[in-house]
Write a protein that binds this ligand. Structure first.
Ligand code: TRP
Ligand code: SF4
Length: 330
């Protein structure tokens, strides 16, 4: 049997290189290996954007343009909008009846985000965030879910909910979904912490070449012990070297690795080379994003067709669910 693949991203801001290297490359790689569904999770975006709903649709178009620019192909994968497949909401509601509150309260991302959030996340919907994600996955009976490590707790919840549902209604309606982690190491932010919009340490896919150069040379953290150009540095603890390993060719990585240790290369020069390598990777993606965004009707057509296809699959699953739960069909 071909695997069913599902994943999604929230349209709650522009995408950065962490999305490209961490998620989108993995999505693209997997699209040929099974039946793939890639979603724009606009309802999930509402957990923080409920006061700024006008931003969500433009962000949906931008994320779709980014999916296409990164190599997702509507002929190979179904690209769709969560809110256009209302069945996700129905399944979320039914799952909410069988999911113990304590399972949601103990999800580690829940308390963490609640404490660090800018918007007030004390809502019912935010608590249910990972359960809506469960519905997103299992409504397609997906068994492979390409996600980052930060999503593993959500996948674990999905598996528990599947086991409970199948057990309660004595039917194997849903398979247990499995996370597919990317092999690429995590992209750090400019300051060495995790790359995140809320830390202001991102390189965005739509940043201009000049912005990328500026961010790399002026904001990127390097080995803090290397104060002067004549001091030897240690690439093993330097975030700049992490970027070289992700974006530079082997010869450059080798050069930095040896020259840094004997003070043969300065940090400014080293960062400039990283910027050039990143620009080589980002520039073609950016150009494609802009080209797609210039044709919003074409993006809408992709989403309209994809969402109709997704909806047909989701509706089939919901017929099984209603049957298993003895819901009337009048
Ligand atoms: N929670 C995911 C994120 O923040 C987005 C998401 C929503 C998702 N539904 C999903 C990911 C289903 C995988 C599968 O990135
Ligand atoms: Fe880091 Fe490069 Fe400076 Fe070495 S030369 S400390 S790797 S920025």
């Amino acid at each position: 049997m071909q695997p069913r693949i599902l994943s999604g991203i929230q349209p709650s801001g522009s995408q950065h290189i962490g999305h490209l290297v961490g998620a989108l490359d993995n999505f693209t790689h997997l699209q040929g290996q099974g039946e793939a569904f890639y979603m724009i999770a606009d309802w999930h975006a509402l957990t923080s954007k409920y006061e700024s709903v006008a931003e969500v649709w433009p962000a949906t178009l931008e994320l779709t343009a980014t999916y296409l620019a990164a190599g997702l192909d509507p002929q190979k994968a179904t690209l769709f909008v969560q809110s256009l497949v209302k069945e996700h909401a129905e399944l979320h509601l039914l799952l909410s009846m069988v999911t113990p509150l304590s399972w949601l309260e103990r999800v580690p991302t829940y308390k963490e985000k609640l404490q660090n959030a800018v918007a007030d996340l004390g809502s019912y919907g935010f608590l249910g965030y990972p359960l809506l994600q469960t519905a997103d996955i299992i409504i397609y009976k997906a068994n492979r879910v390409p996600v980052g490590e930060d999503q593993l707790f959500h996948l674990e919840l999905a598996r528990e909910v599947v086991r409970r549902f199948n057990f309660l209604y004595q039917r194997e309606v849903f398979p247990e979904p499995e996370a597919v982690l990317t092999k690429t190491p995590k992209v750090p932010g400019l300051d060495g912490r995790k790359m995140s919009k809320s830390y202001g340490n991102c390189i965005y896919l739509r940043d201009s070449n000049a912005d990328i150069l500026e961010k790399c040379t002026r904001q990127m953290a390097s080995d803090p012990a290397r104060l002067r150009k004549t001091d030897p540095g240690n690439p093993d603890i330097c975030p700049v070297f992490e970027f070289h390993k992700l974006f530079s060719d082997d010869a450059t990585v080798e050069l930095v690795n040896t020259e840094c240790r004997r003070a043969g290369i300065g940090c400014f020069d080293c960062k400039k080379r990283v910027a050039e390598a990143m620009i080589r990777r980002i520039e073609p993606v950016r150009e494609k994003i802009e080209a797609h965004l210039a044709q919003p009707q074409a993006i809408e057509a992709v989403l309209r067709e994809g969402s109709a296809r997704a909806r047909a699959v989701a509706a089939e699953t919901m017929a099984d669910v209603r049957d298993a739960m003895r819901m009337p069909t009048l």
